[in-house]
Design a protein around this ligand. Structure first.
Ligand code: FAD
Length: 302
């Protein structure tokens, strides 16, 4: 069996695997798509000490770093079941069953899409999902935020400090965000809130140039010209496959303590698939290292 088996090959998983392998213990990593979300990221400017890089380049760097070590990399493999017996078993979709003394879950998350025309086409060309990451790219421009929940309103407040104007589009007749956030938002001079509207299309040519929506009560169609659209309707963790073996919260995030421990002894978790409050590359890597050191500690004690 492995000493440490990492499930997920994004920043969290790569970091966990490198930390484990550096202890000289038997380490494996299973990934559906090695690199994870950063493969879909154009420009990265907040990975501290690297002024600027591109997602696919960072993914290649991760892979190179992992390959420096004696790590069994199983790419293009999906885990479908976790079971704790003598060892922890991970069953893959291809039927193989891997055994390990400890497991680190780092299966990440995916942004929920609005699913309107233009969204996929203009991803990274005006359609964005992360205000911390891409907000500064829209300095002085007009952007929209789709979604009036906490993440949407936080994004709108954050963006209002950088961009020229923010239009928030909420499908329901009322915003769902906490009232403190709404109060903050309504005090800002450069924000417009549209409620009870349905996004119909994100328009553009080379990049985004506008958004078309329907006012739901009158069924009239409207169009606004703008340069960016932030979709903020939820981040979904890739944890469905765990069933009820590992404790998750109502959002599906794996519940971890500050050491990266889950409710199952020997099972740790890191990165965007967990209850970690902020989802960023640097944070995922840090939590991957934490989970890995905790797994090592567990191996030493058991
Ligand atoms: P992920 O990157 O999601 O990796 C998860 C891994 O698990 C992948 O390898 C996946 O294939 C694998 N996996 C999933 N399910 C299974 C399964 N069942 N079996 C096996 N493997 C599985 N953050 C920043 O800090 N700066 C930025 O500029 C930035 N820009 C972003 C732009 C975009 C468009 C997106 C989508 C995200 C951006 N982020 C950015 C967020 C950042 O990418 C994530 O916080 C980070 O990738 C999370 O790392 P992770 O390892 O936890 O998960």
């Amino acid at each position: 069996p492995f000493d440490v088996l990492v499930v997920g090959g994004g920043p969290a998983g790569a970091s966990a695997a490198v930390y484990a392998a550096r202890k000289g213990i038997r380490t494996g990593i299973v990934a559906d798509r090695f690199g994870g979300q950063i493969l879909d990221t154009a420009s990265i400017e907040n990975f501290i000490s690297v002024n600027h890089t591109e997602g696919p380049k960072l993914a290649a760097n991760l892979e190179e770093h992992v390959k420096e070590y004696n790590i069994d990399v199983m790419n293009l493999q999906r885990a479908k079941r976790l079971e704790k017996k003598d060892h922890i078993e991970i069953e893959l979709e291809n039927g193989a069953v891997l055994k390990s003394k400890t497991v680190i879950l780092s299966t990440g998350a995916r942004w929920r899409n609005v699913g309107v025309p233009g969204e996929a086409e203009f991803k990274n060309k005006g359609v964005a999902y992360c205000p911390h990451c891409d907000g500064p790219l829209f300095e002085g421009k007009h952007v929209a935020v789709i979604g009036g929940g906490n993440s949407g309103i936080e994004a709108a407040i954050d963006l209002a400090g950088i961009v020229k104007h923010v239009t928030v589009l909420e499908f329901m007749p009322e915003l769902k965000a906490d009232s403190v956030l709404q109060d903050r938002l309504y005090k800002l001079p450069n924000v417009t809130v549209l409620k009870n509207v349905q996004t119909k299309e994100i328009t553009g040519s080379d990049s985004v140039n506008g958004i078309t929506y329907i006012e739901r009560d009158t069924e009239t169609e409207q169009h606004i010209e703008l340069s960016g659209v932030f979709v903020q309707i939820g981040l979904v963790p890739n944890t469905d496959w765990l069933g009820d073996t590992v404790e998750r919260n109502k959002f599906g995030e794996i519940v971890v303590n500050p050491r990266g421990e889950t409710n199952v002894p020997g099972v740790f978790a890191a990165g965007d698939c967990t209850t970690a409050p902020f989802k960023q590359i640097i944070i995922s890597m840090g939590s991957g290292a934490t989970a890995s050191l905790s797994a090592f500690d567990y191996l030493v004690r058991n």
